[in-house]
Ligand binder design. Sequence first.
Ligand SMILES: [Zn+2]
Length: 316
Amino acid sequence: MSEKIYVGLDLGGTAIKVGLCNEQGHLLQSYEGPTGTGSGTPAIIDNIVKYIRELVDQSPYSWDQVEGIGAGMAGFIDIENGIVLLAPNVDFRDVPIRDILVERLGKPVKINNDANVAALGEAWSGAGKGVGNCVCYTLGTGVGGGIIINGKIYEGFSGLAGELGHIAVVPDLEAIQCGCGKMGCLETVSSATGIIRMAKDAVSRGDRTSLSLLDSITAKDVFDAAKAGDEAAERIVSRAAYYLGKSMAAVTTILNPERYIIGGGVSKAGDFLFDQIREVFRELTPETLQKGVEIVPATLGNDAGMIGAAGLFIRS
Ligand SMILES: [Zn+2]
């Protein structure tokens, strides 16, 4: 019998990524094309259909071998009914994407939130391989999250479980408002946006820092300065790390996961960041609960979304 394969779709505002995975979670082939944001919902859907067809046509696999198509999408998703309620990055509103793709492609389709899908990808064939319970953080413009319990995505009551970026960790006196409207969320201090904001605050306060010499500041600039011994930058990094570690201590008391997986642009700072997070985690988590728990970098990079989307058929 010929091998079964699965399509994983990662729909982003700039690019649509489609990949073919086997049942073991190996990405066999992938393709990336422009989303066409701004050209309207039907045009974007046409692109999705076209890229999936081309991907399979240009692979050594036949369309008959495709068992299903999984899709990860940003925004508010009705997972059960396969509807994108609102996805500002692609301008989708109340789009019944699952049924549309089933009709256009004639294969079963499953959709889920992009952060959940990336977490599933890492758990299935990345940094969480072989680990049943793990929690993933994505540190980018915001802080995304996904929870994997017994190898499967934990969705929660309305599909919104794992919104780790909005755990209120910053004490009231130091808290600022988050994009979600609430105060003191993790995202306000540990995302790239939060790190840049703290750096700009330090510069405008007149703190002595090499960052004041830059025209514009990126999160990487802050890490580079901190690694070079700039004290103001060091304080910013340790603050970002502190609240990440603190949030993990809290999550640990609730879920007792075996592994924390951290991905996204900010995680590229490597051990300089990870060692500080681990130290805070050890400090704040009860001894018995921290035993055997690891905090590790994600390994799949941008492929996590495609692999996890395909995994919706194997691991759900
Ligand atoms: Zn928030």
